[in-house]
Design a protein. Structure first.
Length: 389
C-alpha cells in the first residue's frame, strides 16, 4: 500500500508535468528507457531534474536531512578522520556534491582548529542552484577560509594529494533495475501506457547486465521469484573518474548500504530503490518526476573492489556509529558538561540520531580507501570491519 504523500503545490504539479513530458518525448523517440537513463533524466536533466531545478531539497524545508545538517558533530569527527592525509602543504580536500555547504563549513572550521587546513577546498557540484546555496552558507566563515574554496564542474584530472569526501553521493548514481522471474532475467525500464503516462516496461537484458547480475548473485542462495533489485555497473569507471587522480591520501564515502552478501539477501526481494518527497519515503519512482529524490543503497563490496582495482587499500569499512566513536566522538560528547542544559539536549539528540541503530548509526556505513598513507596514523583503523566485504 502506497504511503500517503503531501500534496505538491500547483507550481510543483506543473513542473512535474514538464519533466514527464520531456521524458515521454525521449521514450517516443528512442523507445522505452533503461531505468538508469530515466533516473538520470529525473534527477539531472538541465533545468528540469530534481537536482537541477532549484527547489529546496535538504533540511526541514526539503525532502530529506543529511548528517551535516544535524549540527557540527559529523563534520568534526570526519575532520579528525581526514586530518592525517593533510600533512603536506599542497594537500587539498575535494568534496563531491556538497549539498547546502554544511559539511564544507564544518570541515574547514575544524581543520583550521586542528592546524590541518588544506591548501584548497574544492567542491565538485553540477547543480548551479546548489552552488549558490553553498556560497551563501560558506560566506559566513572567516574570509581566509572562504578564500580556499573553489568550485569545479568535474573531479580534478591532474594528480593531487589529500582527501576526497563523498557524503550521500553514491546512492544517487543512476542504477539499472532487474527482476528474476520463473522464465529468467528481465531488465526493468520505463515506457508509456496507452494514455501516454509513464509506466514500467520489460526490456531484454544485455550481456553486461546479465554478467553483472550473475556475479552479484553468485553466492548460490535460492531467491524467490519474482526477485527485484538494482545494480550499478558504472561504479568502477565512476570511481576511477572521481578518485583515480588521487596520488596520496584518503577517499571517504559515507552512505546507506550493505556488503554484497547483505545487499542481495533472498528476503530483500523488492530491492532498495526508494523515493523521498518532503520527508516521506516510498517506492514509486514513476510519480512526481523532478520533484522527488530517487536513491538506491550502495553495494560497498563493489565499491571497495573498484578501489582495490585502482590501487587503493581498504583502510576501513565500518558502521557510521563505530566510525564516529573512533574519530573523536567521545571527546565531543564529554564537552557536554560545559554546555548549558539546552545545548546539552541538542547535542544529545544529534549524537543519538547519528549513532543509534534505529537511526543513522547502523544504516549508514563508511568506506575509507587509502593510498600511500601509514595506516597507524589513521584514527579509525580500530573500527575496521572490512572482512565483511
Amino acid at each position: 500500500m502506497r504511503i500517503a504523500l503531501p500534496e505538491p503545490t500547483p507550481d510543483e504539479v506543473e513542473h512535474a508535468k514538464r519533466v514527464e513530458a520531456a521524458i515521454a518525448e525521449c521514450i517516443r523517440t528512442d523507445g522505452p528507457l533503461r531505468f538508469d537513463r530515466y533516473m538520470d533524466l529525473a534527477l539531472y536533466a538541465p533545468g528540469l531534474g530534481y537536482y537541477s531545478a532549484g527547489a529546496a531539497k535538504i533540511g526541514p524545508a526539503g525532502d530529506f536531512t543529511t548528517a551535516p545538517e544535524l549540527g557540527t558533530v559529523f563534520a568534526r569527527c570526519l575532520a579528525e578522520a581526514i586530518a592525517p592525509s593533510l600533512v603536506s602543504s599542497d594537500a587539498d580536500v575535494v568534496e563531491l556534491g556538497a549539498g547546502t555547504g554544511a559539511l564544507a563549513a564544518g570541515l574547514l572550521g575544524t581543520l583550521a582548529a586542528l592546524g590541518r587546513l588544506p591548501a584548497r577546498y574544492r567542491i565538485v557540484e553540477v547543480s548551479a542552484d546548489l552552488r549558490e546555496r553553498q556560497r551563501a552558507r560558506l560566506a559566513a566563515l572567516d574570509a581566509a577560509l572562504v578564500a580556499r574554496v573553489a568550485w569545479l564542474d568535474a573531479p580534478p584530472a591532474e594528480p593531487w594529494r589529500g582527501a576526497l569526501v563523498a557524503n550521500e553521493v553514491v546512492d544517487a548514481l543512476p542504477c539499472r533495475l532487474f527482476e528474476l522471474r520463473e522464465q529468467g532475467l528481465v531488465e526493468l525500464g520505463v515506457g508509456l501506457d496507452a494514455a501516454g503516462r509513464l509506466a514500467w516496461a520489460d526490456l531484454a537484458p544485455d550481456a553486461r547486465l546479465t554478467a553483472e547480475v550473475a556475479d552479484a548473485l553468485a553466492d548460490g542462495r535460492d531467491r524467490p521469484r519474482p526477485y527485484r533489485s538494482e545494480i550499478r555497473p558504472q561504479v568502477p569507471a565512476w570511481l576511477a573518474a572521481v578518485a583515480g587522480s588521487l596520488e596520496t591520501g584518503l577517499a571517504v564515502f559515507v552512505d546507506y548500504g550493505f556488503p554484497r552478501d547483505e545487499y542481495y539477501l533472498p528476503s530483500r526481494s523488492m530491492g532498495t530503490l526508494r523515493c523521498h518527497f518532503r520527508h516521506r519515503a516510498h517506492d514509486d519512482p514513476l510519480i512526481l518526476p523532478g520533484l522527488q529524490d530517487l536513491t538506491a543503497s550502495v553495494d560497498f563490496s563493489q565499491l571497495a573492489g573498484a578501489g582495490r582495482g585502482l590501487g587503493f587499500d581498504v583502510a576501513c569499512f565500518a558502521s557510521q556509529s563505530a566510525f564516529l566513536f573512533a574519530c573523536g566522538l567521545p571527546g565531543i560528547f564529554a564537552e557536554a558538561a560545559t554546555l548549558d542544559p539546552l545545548a546539552q539536549a541538542r547535542l544529545g539528540a544529534e549524537v543519538r540520531t547519528l549513532t543509534l541503530p534505529g537511526e543513522m548509526g547502523e544504516r549508514f556505513r563508511v568506506l575509507a580507501l587509502s593510498r600511500g598513507l601509514d595506516p597507524r596514523a589513521l584514527p579509525f583503523v580500530g573500527a575496521d570491519r572490512s572482512g565483511r566485504l
